[in-house]
Design a binder for this molecule. Structure first.
Ligand SMILES: [Zn+2]
Length: 87
């Protein structure tokens, strides 16, 4: 008992997804509460649970932080990036 990771697919953990700006498959993580609050304001949508953020570190040392949903690689007309100061 206790060994099973849960029932059904894990909808809340990190996952490998293709990134629009990296051009490769990268690890994406769900948003924090603060990031969700920012995104709700940014896009004017109340439900942002399906968004993920690319955690790849770019050549300049900053994070990619490109946003997408679990099913849509190009969610926005222009790539949308989570600001660095919102953790
Ligand atoms: Zn990326």
């Amino acid at each position: 008992m206790g060994a099973a990771p849960g029932h059904g697919p894990d909808m809340t953990g990190p996952r490998k997804l293709s990134c629009q700006t990296c051009g490769t498959t990268e690890t994406h993580v769900p948003l924090s509460d603060a990031q969700k609050a920012w995104l709700r304001q940014e896009i004017g949508e109340p439900y942002v649970e399906e968004y993920f953020l690319c955690v790849r570190t770019r050549a300049d040392g900053t994070g990619c932080r490109n946003l997408r949903t679990s099913w849509a690689k190009k969610r926005f007309r222009q790539p949308k990036r989570m600001p660095d100061d919102i953790e």
